[in-house]
Design a protein around this ligand. Structure first.
Ligand code: NAD
Length: 353
């Protein structure tokens, strides 16, 4: 039986169709009194619905969560939280909203409840990336991990299909890199493989019927496992390169990850062939990078960085930046190798080592 609790985290994790309409019982379990609901501006109506449901237990609704957790937004939210007197935040959204909840917990000690609406997986990690004056810094602290995560497939069922696909591939990237992480463990490997099997089996079903809540629930189990892997082990080339691309060229987060993943795996696969062999097997191929690329293509994912609006002249600059700060990777990071990888990803070609 699927039991997230067996994986050592003291998070309270619930997977249940319709759980977002039955919040009071869970809030009572946590012993919190008044909840500040957080959303992005685009998801404010979800925030208002949740506020109506919680009635007098709602302290307020703050609908200005934004990508990469700008410190200026966090400061406004802290002021609001203090004014309304909340002892908990309910983060209803994707990584951006959950990031704001973490930033508030860090500064005020409030209890966090997460209602994820994407597959990004931030709700499972003790990691927070914050942006100030255009610079993003990342930190890790156990008090950042939400106390409770309520996965309701009704909430991801509203994700448009292109976002469903890129968000799923973004999540899968954590598991694939987790397989060869320097600090990997048998438990993280088990979770990573579980998550890849879950997405391989359920994402095509979701694409066929986006409102299939059982299939959506399976993708959320995959997302939980991917996020848990990210919380347990370090990432390498794929994440560092996406960070450089995103930070330098202001690219959309999930799309960038979706495009780069097969190319980063092609770069690394000859150095860790046995570790990555199960990826090829799960996706029905002999080569892990090609297997991921074909899966992404079959799911209708974007395949080319040039389609995100970046020009060929940007590739040299990104390659220069990507080799500036050394980090651990199963294969040595070289400027020509990274330039070549970027060229293939820019063109949308099949991956090659
Ligand atoms: P997001 O939270 O930025 O959401 C993107 C857009 O989609 C927003 O406009 C949002 O309102 C909308 N949206 C979200 N769910 C929706 C739904 N179900 N239906 C319709 N629209 C919906 O996107 P994301 O990819 O989940 O998160 C990206 C951010 O999370 C990045 O800043 C990334 O760095 C961070 N992140 C952090 C961690 C971590 O562990 N700290 C992990 C993964 C991602």
């Amino acid at each position: 039986m699927f039991d997230p609790q067996k994986y050592g985290s003291d998070q309270n994790v619930v997977f249940e169709i319709g759980v977002h309409r039955d919040l009071l019982r869970h809030i009572d379990d946590l012993g919190v009194k008044r909840v500040l609901i957080l959303t992005t501006p685009q998801q404010s109506s979800l925030g208002l619905d949740l506020a109506a449901q919680l009635g007098t237990r709602t302290a307020g609704v703050f609908c200005r969560a934004a990508m990469h957790t700008p410190v200026s937004v966090t400061e406004e939210a802290v002021a609001h939280l203090n004014e309304v007197g909340a002892d908990a935040v309910l983060s209803a959204g994707g990584g951006s909203t959950i990031g704001l909840g973490k930033a508030l917990a860090l500064r005020t000690g409030v209890t966090q409840i997460a209602l994820p609406t994407t597959y990004a997986g931030s709700e499972c990690t003790p990691i927070l990336g914050q942006t100030e004056n255009g610079v993003k810094t990342t930190m890790r602290d156990e008090k950042l991990r939400p106390a409770m995560v309520l996965y309701d497939p009704e909430l991801v069922a509203t994700l448009p299909i292109p976002m469903t696909v890129t968000s799923a591939l973004n999540a899968m990237a954590h598991s694939v890199e987790g397989l060869y992480a320097r600090d990997r463990t048998p438990e993280a490997t088990e979770l990573a493989l579980f998550s890849l099997r879950a997405f391989q089996a359920s994402l095509p079903r979701v694409l066929e019927t986006p409102t299939d809540l059982e299939a959506r629930l399976e993708t959320q189990k995959g997302a939980w496992a991917c996020g848990t892997v990210l919380g347990q082990v370090g990432m390498a080339l794929h994440h560092k390169l996406c960070h450089t691309l995103g930070g330098t060229l202001d690219l959309p987060h999930a799309e960038t990850h979706a495009i780069v993943l097969p190319h980063a795996i092609a770069y690394n696969s000859a150095s860790v062939p046995e570790t990555l062999a199960p990826v090829a097997e799960i996706f029905g191929s002999t080569d892990p990078a090609l297997a991921l690329w074909e899966f992404a293509r079959d799911m209708g994912a974007p395949l080319a960085l040039k389609d995100l609006g970046i020009g060929p002249e940007d590739l040299d600059r990104v390659a220069d930046l990507a080799v500036q700060n050394p980090y651990w990777n199963p294969r040595e990071i070289t400027r020509p190798g990274i330039r070549d990888l970027l060229e293939r990803a820019w063109e949308g070609q099949a991956p090659a080592a």
